[in-house]
Design a protein around this ligand. Structure first.
Ligand code: NGQ
Ligand code: ZN
Length: 456
């Protein structure tokens, strides 16, 4: 049993002071005692929040962040970005993917994420053939998570088609494609790799309604054994148009018509929804997995968060393409998108309430639900995932409770995160992931190697 002591910590019922927390040998919270002085053995940790879950990651895309900000010959779009992304992943080996993912997970931990949902679809070798172990790449993702200490919800992706109507995959998609049988083998291998690390949860991800048909989605669901199910939906207007043309329905409507969408589901982006779809998703208990920085970078559009949250909808937050990994900035951009459209302020806050607190609470609950990790709340029986802020930083000094949270989320960034614990183990100290030096060195080697491959 280890003991921690917090000057201030956000509990499910609100902020508490002088809180002693004991953590058992499995990293779970055994007891929580507010208004208690620290014992002689206690690790004293200042001001803390529960660790956040990152609902949506394609780790390898961190390696191309910044390389798609030059305009092409025509009008650039999500679809032209996707071509650049496919060309980038053509050059990636398992070593590269592991090196990139490890850096991504360090950066996530350093900004306050303690778990990650890896939406993993880069499965096969450069020619599109499975590795000897079909779960080789899944194993590399597990190794990266294990090296950093972040909790992993692995979401192996089923990818079959290039568009609605079972269109054959394009050459750029060859590394993603599996038959249904191969996919089942991949899941078995992924589970074996997950057994080698702590805190791993298995989910499943049909890539999108474009890439997997309704009957294919139905047929793989039993493989997840009650785990989370994630799918991209309605990110781009073209997807809505193509879905309407193929099925007569909009994507979210079509998904609800063909699957039992409940709390196990997470719809990534869900940007382009009608009023009826917004209400349907909000009532379902499923999570909308929002990725504001990536959605901005890719020109996706605005999620209708005010209507959706007012209807009781659940949201999660993800850094997706990792164009930038900063928890505060991503939550802030979600609110700013609403402000810029509505020409109002504090759009997502309840009357009289803090916007930062509303964003943080909503994302905390929704992301954690979507990853099915035993964290997300400082509560007995939950995993001891703590994020400690630098309360002496000029941005936070003289602030308390929700004002401190607002100041971090609206004026700060990862530099305000001092210490991070996953399952009672320190993974970030004085703002740096403990394993960063080694991981950064491997990342540099990988990037130079990829650069050389691109130049060849
Ligand atoms: C992905 N990313 O799977 O990485 C996608 C692009 C697609 C985002 N949607 C590919 N942000 O959707 O076809
Ligand atoms: Zn995605």
């Amino acid at each position: 049993m280890s003991e921690f002591h917090f000057a201030e910590i956000l509990l499910p019922e609100g902020w508490a002071r002088n809180v002693a927390i004991t953590v058992d040998a499995n990293g779970l919270i055994a007891s929580i005692s507010p208004d208690t002085p620290h014992g002689p053995e206690a690790v004293r940790l200042g001001v803390a929040l529960p660790g956040m879950a990152n609902v949506h990651s394609h780790a390898f895309q961190r390696g191309m962040a910044g390389l798609s900000e030059r305009r092409g010959p025509g009008e650039d779009s999500f679809w032209s970005w996707r071509q650049i992304m496919y060309a980038f992943n053509d050059n990636l080996t398992p070593d590269h993917v592991e090196a990139i993912a490890a850096l991504v997970y360090c950066e996530m931990l350093e900004t306050g994420f303690t778990s990650v949902g890896e939406f993993h679809y880069l499965h096969h070798d450069e020619s599109g053939h499975p590795y000897n172990d079909i779960g080789e790449m899944a194993g590399r993702i597990c190794a990266a998570a294990g090296a950093t200490g972040i909790a992993l919800t692995l979401l192996p992706v089923l990818y079959r088609h290039s568009n609605f109507g079972d269109m054959p995959p394009s050459p750029g998609q060859r590394r993603f494609i599996n038959t249904l049988d191969n996919f089942a083998d991949l899941v078995v291998s992924a589970k074996r790799h997950m057994d080698t690390i702590d805190h791993a949860v298995l989910g499943l991800a049909p890539h999108s309604l474009r890439a997997a048909s309704a009957s294919e989605i139905t047929s793989i669901l039993p493989l997840s054994e009650g785990g989370p199910i994630h799918i991209h939906a309605a990110e781009q207007q073209k997807e809505v148009d193509d879905c309407l043309a193929a099925t007569g329905q909009r994507p979210v409507q079509y998904l609800f018509g063909t699957q039992d969408v409940d709390q196990r589901w997470c719809l990534i982006h869900a940007t382009h929804m009608s009023e009826a779809e917004t209400a349907m998703l909000a009532a379902s208990g499923a999570v909308a997995g929002l990725c504001p920085l990536t959605e901005g970078n890719l020109g996706d559009g605005f999620f209708n968060a005010s209507t959706y949250l007012a209807a009781g909808g659940r949201i999660g937050i993800g850094s997706d393409s990792h164009i930038r990994i900063d928890l505060a900035e991503d939550l802030r951009l979600l609110e700013y998108g609403q402000r810029l459209q509505a020409q109002r302020r504090n759009v997502l806050a309840p009357p009289g309430g803090s916007t930062g607190r509303r964003l943080f609470d909503a994302a905390l609950a929704g992301s954690n639900q979507a990853l099915q990790q035993p964290s997300g709340r400082i509560e007995t029986g939950r995993r001891a995932d703590f994020v400690i802020l630098d309360d002496q930083h000029p941005t936070l000094v003289g602030r308390a409770e929700d004002a401190r949270l607002d100041s971090w989320l609206f004026c700060g960034d990862s530099r305000l995160v001092r210490e991070v614990y996953v399952g009672g183990q320190c993974v970030v100290h004085e703002g740096r992931a403990l394993t960063r030096d080694r991981i950064e060195a491997a990342y540099r080697t990988a990037m130079l190697d990829i650069r050389a491959a691109i130049d060849r």
